[in-house]
Design a protein around this ligand. Sequence first.
Ligand SMILES: [Zn+2]
Length: 361
Amino acid sequence: MPVLSKSVSYCLIVVVLGVLLSGVACADEGRQYFVNGQPASADLAAAVNILQEGLALLRANQNSEAVDKFTAAVVLAPDLPAAHHNLAVALAKVGRLQEAIEQLQKVLTLDPNLSPALLTLGGLYQSTGQVNVAIQTYREFLRRFPKDSEAPKVANLVKGLEAVSAATAAAPGADSPRADSSDYLAEMLKNGTFRWPDMRMPIKIYVQRGENVPGFRPQFTKLLIRSFVDWSAASGGHVRVSQVDSNRDSDIECMWLDNPSSLSNPSESGEARVFTDNTGIKRGTIKLLTVPLSKELPLTDNRMRQICLHEIGHVLGLAGHTTNPADAMFFSASVADEWRELSTRDSNTVTKLYTLSSSRR
Ligand SMILES: [Zn+2]
């Protein structure tokens, strides 16, 4: 019997954020202030010092405290691009993405040649589901800053986004999240219908031990199991799962890895594969990275939760992506460091998939 294997490429596309440093402020004995060696006003020098404190908070993932610092810096130095840029990054991380985009547009009017600002702007368009605007912004970045060290990564992102754009092009308004439809099953079934047959319920889950994998935290296992349980509940009980202690007895094997190059696409945080026979899905694997792909976006519990929900969706048969950032199957990693629950659309979609009449399979 032929066994089909499917994996979804361009899964959870990584977001690249620009980094903009503000320089160093100091004062001489005559109370003249300097920034990067140039004479400066007291307000500007104070703003630069506050920016340094804000950047330390941002690195420690204390994002709302960083918003307060950068807001103060913007008040003191409204024409300082770094203040607006870093405020934008902090706002995005607390989920205030529209305000973040406005701050970046302000940066680019102050100084159109700031490549990190253009890069961050592309990242925010991407993570709000504005695929075509993100592609345009990244292309402008590549055209204007072809020698930038991030250019190869950005070129790869453009390829991933073009694939998403092509996959969603048939639907009207593909550039804005289709929040009006109550589910996204049609987008998931474009390449055929895959689901676990009733006779394989409950689906037996084996989670590898991760203690020896660099970056692993025991909390990751709890997040993964909770995410399986949440999908099961969201399906109205049509999907049932149980955890087993041995891979030999399992239907789905979950693995922890610290090396991005062991995934098919090294710019992804996880990977799901399903294997099918003529009854439906017969086996699945999930690989999860224990290390962040960029230091601007540390692998917090919130981010691991998002990755778990997404990869589990694939292994349950949701074989596509959406452009609505609220969906578990949204195509991009998130900039916002926020806890995710499955949405009503996620729940409606998985329930519909598992209650389709068998003639449609
Ligand atoms: Zn995916």
